[in-house]
Ligand binder design. Structure first.
Ligand code: ATP
Ligand code: LTN
Length: 328
């Protein structure tokens, strides 16, 4: 059987250049490497407060972004997580095999909940990795392409699979994460020591920003003392981040990018970075607009949900049987 490649993105806000470089840009290349299952993690989006209309709009946007990145809906399975009820069903079973201690050690939970009053932290935010593990397990996934921040959740999924299989036999497939060597963690332009994050708008480039704004944001990105364009994430996090963006979008190595900018001043270097970002985003936005105007996302999501359901159901049934749930 061809390997299964699965990933999900939350429709929680505007997609950033971090999402694009970390994951989205690579997805079309995977179409020939295996069976691709890509979804919109809309149930996960509910783990933090979100306005219903915003969630609807974000979900449409995200589906269109997936397609604009170059995914062929005939070749991949693209769908809304909430359209395939097996995700929630498997979640109800799997929540019994992950423990409070390990869930409370998850960095994403600690980061997100640190900003909240304890009385406002939903159970869903705490149990977030259970649903994510269910998403992965449900399709017998082999490979999960993600940004660096999600590695911990996939390690936890692997722990869960091993725990479950030790108890019930070889029921679940063990997934592996796949992260980019360069660009797995694009940093904020205003604070290059923190991740570029769509729920933290300062320092983001949004995929929907107009080109003037994109240029302005890059030209005013925080840089470091000194004047050399050199990759040194510890001492020059701002310049290193911009070099990473440049290298990935130009499909060259960091070393090659460094060589190109020997003797450049920061200002001229930033202009070159802005040029490659604009050259990438402009056609991407045109495709996105065409998909939105023609509502191409609708049919893709409908077909995707049917295909996903057909793949998920047998795995769910296998799990139900293993734990002793009757099928009458
Ligand atoms: P939030 O910042 O709101 O928590 P997020 O952008 O991290 O959201 P998703 O939209 O679900 O969450 O992320 C989609 C994918 O993009 C994930 O695989 C994630 O690891 C990756 N990703 C997110 N931010 C970055 C970044 N700054 N650099 C590289 N990859 C990223
Ligand atoms: N947790 C991820 C989104 C996500 C996901 C998944 C990624 C939900 N389910 C399954 C890979 C596989 C995030 O916050 N970026």
């Amino acid at each position: 059987m061809a390997q299964r490649i699965l990933t999900g993105i939350k429709p929680t806000g505007q997609l950033t250049l971090g999402n694009y470089i970390g994951v989205l840009r690579d997805l079309p290349k995977m179409m020939d490497k295996g069976e691709c299952i890509f979804f919109i993690a809309d149930l996960h989006a509910l783990t933090l407060p979100i306005d219903p209309e915003v969630l609807r709009q974000n979900s449409i946007d995200l589906a269109s972004f997936y397609l604009a990145a170059g995914l062929d809906p005939e070749k991949v399975t693209l769908f809304l997580q909430s359209s395939v009820s097996a995700h929630a069903e498997l979640n109800a079973i799997m929540q019994n095999y992950l423990y409070m201690g390990e869930l409370s050690r998850m960095t994403q939970f600690k980061d997100k909940s640190a900003k909240m009053k304890e009385s406002a932290i939903g159970l869903g935010l705490f149990a977030y990795p259970v649903l994510m593990a269910s998403d992965i397990i449900l399709y017998d996934s082999d490979v999960v392409p993600v940004g660096e921040d999600q590695i911990q959740h996939i390690e936890l999924t692997r722990d869960l699979v091993n725990r479950f299989n030790n108890r019930y036999g070889p029921v679940l497939k063990e997934p592996h994460y796949q992260v980019r060597k360069v660009g797995a963690r694009i940093m904020s332009l205003s604070d290059p020591t923190t991740k570029m994050s769509k729920s933290d708008p300062k320092g983001d480039i949004y995929l929907k920003d107009d080109m003037k704004t994109v240029r302005k944001k890059i030209m005013s990105a925080v840089t470091d003392s000194g004047s050399e364009v050199k990759y040194d994430p510890e001492n020059k996090p701002g310049i290193s981040n911009l070099l990473t963006i440049y290298a990935v979008l130009s499909d060259i190595s960091i070393e090659e990018a460094e060589k190109r900018f020997v003797g450049y001043r920061y200002g001229d270097f930033k202009k070159a970075v802005a040029d490659v970002v604009v050259a990438e985003l402009e056609p991407f936005q045109q495709k996105y607009q065409q998909i939105i105007d023609n509502k191409e996302y609708e049919k893709a999501l409908q077909i995707g949900a049917k295909k996903a359901e057909a793949m998920a159901r047998p795995v769910l049934n296998r799990v139900k049987k293993a734990v002793g749930l009757l099928d009458i």
